[in-house]
Design a protein. Structure first.
Length: 266
């Protein structure tokens, strides 16, 4: 790719999704866009970039943006976080229906980890919702089908046996677990009408890939969707500014909440 082509792709990603694409890391663009170029029938990433620029086709533009969005995920990533989430959801569900949103869910491992945890604890009354900007990742998540490498990232042998069945050379999640989750394509840069409010929102290891203004916008949108007393779970080392309206939860790194009686500003 030429510097001009890299700048063009970076500009698309920044404008549409708030992504911070480092143009000097040309190998990263080549790697992430190479598979897309081949799938679309282009001989090179440069050809793909020129086609996106010249044709202005929305489907292809978003395919490029989605390819550049971070997609790293794993089952039960940071086990202590899931242990705490399990305790909190169990307590909340005893008092009524609870709603959980995995924002930027990738290929589904995070929300499925919660679904498995709830099944293991016998907890009912929790509604699970997951979204991502990338339709291809959502399609994969809906299938619940994971290759051996993906399955081994965070899953114990006990959980693999309990919740998965063999499917050729892969593993497929129990359909009862899969049915617990509602999926939707969402851009976190946009307001999300119709999703309702949530007791718990997970947006872990996402903010670091965004431009500063985009981070503020995403946090504002997520905050609006939190119920009073609701909690936003980021990565254990991620922090928020005081301007977010959310306050840290003592003893829970990366977890922030809406103070009871206060609604975070959009």
């Amino acid at each position: 790719m030429t510097p001009r082509e890299r700048d063009y792709v970076a500009g698309l990603c920044a404008t549409l999704a708030g992504l911070n694409v480092e143009t000097e890391r040309g190998y990263l663009l080549e790697t992430r866009l190479g598979a897309l170029a081949r799938r679309e029938g282009y001989g090179s990433v440069s050809e793909l970039a020129r086609a996106v620029r010249d044709r202005g086709e929305e489907r292809l533009i978003w395919a490029v943006v989605e390819a550049m969005a971070p997609a790293q995920t794993a089952f039960f990533r940071d086990p202590e976080v899931f242990a705490r989430i399990g305790d909190e959801l169990e307590a909340l569900a005893a008092r009524g229906t609870v709603r959980v949103w995995s924002a930027a869910c990738g290929s589904g491992q995070e929300i499925y980890s919660i679904a498995m945890l709830l099944e293991e604890r016998g907890v009912d009354g929790v509604e699970l919702f997951a979204s991502d900007i990338a339709e291809r990742l959502l399609e994969k998540a809906r299938t619940g089908l994971y290759n051996p490498f993906e399955a081994q990232q965070g899953l114990s042998a006990r959980r693999l046996v309990r919740h998965f069945a063999n499917s050729d050379d892969s593993f497929i999640l129990d359909p009862e677990i899969r049915r617990q989750v509602k999926w939707r394509r969402l851009n976190l840069m946009d307001a999300a009408p119709g999703v309702g409010s949530f007791d718990l929102i997970l947006c872990r290891h996402v903010l670091g890939s965004l431009l500063p203004q985009a981070r503020d916008r995403v946090i504002a949108n997520l905050s609006v969707a939190l119920r009073p007393g609701g909690r936003l779970v980021l990565g254990v080392k991620e922090t928020l500014s005081g301007a977010s309206g959310l306050v840290p939860v003592p003893g829970a790194p990366g977890v922030f909440e809406v103070p009871v009686g206060v609604r975070a500003a959009a």
